[in-house]
Design a protein around this ligand. Structure first.
Ligand code: TYD
Length: 193
């Protein structure tokens, strides 16, 4: 049985994570690997409450952090760990690095958020940070027809980007510029493996 491989793709909104997660999954499938794609927040109850809150009014910082942790705990236990144990390639669109960034800018210490998560959430084998300047990210968000909601304001994105980039020296991290065509970005990503 092949060894499980745990890959996380992170980056601010508009960097193209979900497209690249799919494409990287297809690339591993073509290599004959079994692939599991997932995302956070999940489609489980805690994750759904978080997605709804983006439209209906944001939760308090503490509730929001608690819900992300609960959602992730379930994700780790029910999907991530069993899939890795079965030798699959698990590719996530967002993980606890997003909590460091997005809840970090709501006033929690990113290092403390990381510590809390790593009590139960395994670090990935590879963290891919899709990096894009905030103006281009906002253009892409506009281009795909989304409205700039609470989560997506310029200043917030800039601070989140900084927190993501603070992880660039970790041994598991690769920062990939996400400017250019989708194909260019995919090429840069698969070149890591
Ligand atoms: P996103 O991946 O943008 O979902 P979609 O494109 O389907 O709307 O995620 C929704 C938002 O959730 C995003 O703006 C970042 C936020 N988020 C956090 O605040 N903390 C977290 O821990 C995670 C995983 C996401």
């Amino acid at each position: 049985m092949p060894q499980g491989l745990f890959i996380v793709i992170e980056g601010i909104d508009g960097t193209g994570k979900s497209t690249q997660v799919k494409r990287l999954g297809e690339w591993f499938t073509a290599q004959g690997r079994e692939v599991v794609l997932s995302r956070e927040p999940t489609n489980q109850p805690w994750g759904m409450k978080l997605r709804e809150s983006a439209a209906t009014g944001r939760l308090s910082p503490q509730d929001e952090l608690d819900y992300f942790l609960k959602d992730r705990r379930q994700h780790v236990e029910e999907l991530i760990l069993p899939s890795l144990a079965a030798g699959k390639v698990v590719i996530l669109d967002r993980y606890y690095f997003s909590t460091m960034a997005y809840q970090g800018i709501r006033g929690f210490d990113p290092a403390e958020i990381r510590r809390k998560n790593e009590e139960f959430a395994p670090p990935p084998d590879r963290l891919i940070i899709l990096d894009l300047d905030v103006d281009s990210a906002l253009e892409r968000i506009g281009a795909r027809g989304d409205t700039a909601n609470e989560f997506e304001q310029r200043d917030h994105l800039a601070r989140c980007r900084e927190i993501f980039l603070s992880l660039q020296d970790e041994s598991f991290t690769r920062v990939i510029p996400s400017a250019g065509s989708l194909d260019d970005v995919t090429q840069r990503i698969v070149a890591i493996f």
